[in-house]
Design a protein around this ligand. Structure first.
Ligand SMILES: Nc1nc2c(ncn2[C@@H]2O[C@H](COP(=O)(O)OP(=O)(O)OP(=O)(O)O)[C@@H](O)[C@H]2O)c(=O)[nH]1
Length: 259
């Protein structure tokens, strides 16, 4: 099993990728897992939700991918996304509730300016292309650039997803994947191929997204906690006979001056 790293490109999705294994194989994670058992420790962390934005050309299957995962449905009729839409999907990782807020954005040019206002604050950017339409792959670069413009690249995980796997032959898929992996390497993304129609790889893909987002948000919290040393009380909190210690001290100083 391959270790989980942000910058590794998966040319072929390992079938055995599960949320548990993703987490388990991160060596750095062991330390966190131990601490996770200390409920008080986790109780102090604000691990709740990560924002995911899905971008890509119109008709590549962004809405279908989200609907397959969140509602387990597939609609063969095309209904263009107008502006944006979102779903919240709940996970429990290491016993900790963790949500993904998945934003579906419109691929149509006329809605792009509305959709792009929702890119901000994303921890995960998913850029989708149609495996049967190579042009849509070429456009992913621009979609990622646009999404990154609104975010800190250091804090974003990027996924490149080839959709409609059921519509291409094995050979055609492999040919396109060679280009896709090249693109993914260029923008430091993980590559996956899925079919919303059959459901192939869809669940594993979103589990992987959740695992990475969770790990990212946990690391951020740990760093934040490390930077701010625990303060046990302060002048305003420790009360001496109804007057704060800080106030007493000030008064004491005043008194000393007077006498
Ligand atoms: N065969 C097949 N068709 C798919 C798949 N995913 C999506 N489609 C079809 O492709 C068309 C476009 O899908 P959407 O999910 O609406 O595409 P979109 O990227 O959200 O489009 P915009 O909202 O305009 O940006 C629809 O007719 C879907 O039924 C798939 O995995 N296999």
């Amino acid at each position: 099993m391959l270790p989980v790293t942000k910058d590794r490109v998966i040319s072929k999705m390992p079938q055995c990728y599960t949320l548990e294994s993703c987490i388990h194989y991160k060596s750095e994670f062991d330390e966190h897992v131990k601490r996770a058992s200390q409920q008080r420790y986790w109780g102090n962390l604000g691990l709740k939700m990560s924002k995911v934005v899905m971008v890509g050309d119109l008709y590549v299957g962004k809405t279908s991918l989200i609907n397959r995962f969140c509602k387990n449905v597939f609609d063969r009729d095309y209904k263009a996304t107008i502006g944006v839409d979102f779903e919240i999907e709940r996970f429990e990782i290491l016993g900790i509730p963790f949500n993904l807020q998945i934003w579906d954005t419109a691929g149509q040019e006329k809605f792009k300016c509305i959709a792009s206002t929702y890119y901000r604050g994303a921890q995960v950017i998913i850029t989708a292309f149609d495996l049967s339409d190579i042009q849509t792959l070429e456009h992913t670069k621009h979609w990622v650039q646009d999404a990154l413009r609104e975010n800190d690249p250091e804090n974003c995980s990027i996924f490149l997803v080839g959709t409609k796997k059921d519509t291409v032959s094995e050979a055609e898929c492999e040919r396109t994947e060679q280009d896709a992996v090249r693109f993914a390497t260029e923008f430091n993304a993980e590559y996956w191929s899925v079919s919303s129609k059959t459901g192939e790889h869809v669940k594993d893909f979103f589990f992987r997204v959740a695992a990475l987002a969770f790990e990212q948000s946990m690391k951020k919290e740990l760093e934040r906690n490390r930077d701010s040393p625990t303060l046990i009380g302060n002048g305003n909190l420790i009360q001496l006979e109804g007057i704060s210690a800080e106030k007493k001290e000030t008064e004491g100083q005043l008194n000393t001056t007077c006498c």
